[in-house]
Design a protein around this ligand. Structure first.
Ligand code: SAH
Length: 408
């Protein structure tokens, strides 16, 4: 793909993160021979302002019956989605009896569960069968499919228009973005809203958090690009809100053109994006220079620690950290083990560099000197849970916004 997936304009390649495996491709140690690798390069098109991967592995290789990520592994995210379900219900009167809510990428059902419990008509679209089954266990209705205009047409025929179409951390996964926008526009009721949230490109630039870039994240959105993607389908950006989750996300609200008032935040955020140069290719070329420096610094620090005999482990076997480890060439000789609370990742090795993953409950007894925060976006939750590590002199290392120790 050398053209923008939204506008069709030529893409300028602005960042090259090298040969990378799948971010969530955790394998059993005896089963690493057939790993998928691809070139993780990013492009930008000034006419759409859309930052995107040049190549993305096929969706079926990333989202399947053994999909590793589960929303409910983070208590903070469970609270985030439960509170949001309540506030959207109130704001849009979803409990009035005839409302219909569609969620794309419903995963283990965390967002839809409270709505299902209140009897709100709903359906989740979730292609990864293992997580879809977890949602069904808590009485969430799920279609195990990839969202597309055809799926939208089927839902429209069986259930009618949607009053709310919600999507978290999934719009940025779907390379057929114009098909998604078309499907959403056809499914939405006249006064309905599309609400979606994803990691925010502005936060990635500010935090130098290049680890938000991995196979699944084919796009990193901005208010500028979202406005451009949806305009041809008659949907207008009516609200934009910066969120503190996942290291800096943005929640976008879209409605049929002219059907709802446009919040003042939209103009504010867009003028801030223009001031940051987020519509210019050279901004991303500058970012690429800072990323290269960050990768080099991390590798140097870990090599120095290893030379001193310091015992370094990783905390959080995140898909994000896959990009960091493979880009900075960090293997088990520099990070001995990674600790994580997702059972399906434990007992496996990390993608590409093959660092073994252990249950987070073993971290306390691991006697490590330094822990690299692979899940820096859950820093507060992790540091609170593992105060004992800090109290006995353990040091936390991060690369966001720069390579540094958080303590000691
Ligand atoms: N919404 C959850 C899950 C995000 S992970 C949260 O924010 O925590 C992304 C999810 O989207 C995965 O469960 C993945 O299987 C699903 N997904 C990927 N492509 C999709 C598509 N085309 N249509 C619907 N869901 C998709």
């Amino acid at each position: 793909m050398t053209v923008c997936r939204s506008s069709g304009a030529d893409l300028e390649v602005v960042l090259d993160l090298g040969r990378q495996p799948l971010g969530n491709g955790f394998r059993f140690p005896e089963d690493t021979s057939e790993e998928t690798f691809f070139n993780l390069r990013c492009g930008f098109a000034e006419d759409s302002c859309l930052f995107q991967l040049v190549e993305q592995p096929p969706a079926g290789e990333m989202f399947h019956g053994d999909y590793a990520f589960k929303t409910a592994t983070s208590e903070r995210m469970v609270r985030h989605f439960t509170n949001l379900a309540a506030s959207l219900t109130e704001k849009y009167g979803l409990d009035r009896g005839d409302s219909f809510v569609v969620e794309i990428g419903s995963n283990d059902g965390t967002f839809l569960k409270p709505l299902a419990q209140q009897g709100v008509r709903h359906v989740g679209i979730e292609p990864s069968a293992n997580v879809a089954a977890m949602a069904e266990e808590v009485d969430v209705r799920v279609l195990t499919e990839f969202f597309s205009p055809e799926v939208a047409a089927r839902i429209l025929a069986s259930d009618g228009n949607a009053d709310l179409i919600y999507a978290a951390n999934v719009m940025c996964h779907i390379d057929t973005i114009t098909g998604v926008a078309e499907g959403m526009a056809s499914l939405l009721s006249d006064r309905g809203v599309v609400v979606f949230e994803d990691p925010y490109l502005g936060a990635v630039l500010e935090n130098n958090s290049y680890d938000q870039i991995y196979d699944e994240h084919v796009f990193l959105f901005s208010a500028l690009s979202v406005r451009n993607i949806f305009a041809p389908f008659g949907l207008e950006l009516v609200d934009a809100e910066i969120l503190p989750v996942h290291g800096g996300s943005m929640r976008y609200t879209l409605a049929r053109h002219g059907s709802r008032e446009v919040a003042v935040s939209v103009a504010n955020i867009i003028s801030r994006e223009l001031a940051m140069g987020m519509h210019r290719t050279n901004t991303y070329q500058g970012f690429a220079g800072r990323v290269a420096k960050s990768g080099r610094r991390l590798q140097e620090e870990l090599v120095r620690l290893a030379a001193n005999g310091t015992d370094v482990v990783g905390f959080g076997a995140t898909s994000k950290s896959t990009t960091v480890y493979n880009y900075a060439k960090v293997g088990p000789e520099l990070i001995r083990a990674i600790f994580d609370n997702t059972p399906s990742k434990q007992g496996r090795v990390s993608p590409g560099v093959h660092i073994p993953v252990f249950p987070d409950t073993e971290f306390t007894h691991a006697d490590a000197d330094v822990a690299f925060l692979g899940a820096w976006n859950h820093k507060i939750e992790i540091l609170r849970l593992h105060r004992a590590f800090t109290e006995r002199g353990g040091r936390w290392l991060t690369h966001v916004p720069e390579v540094k120790f958080l303590n000691g």
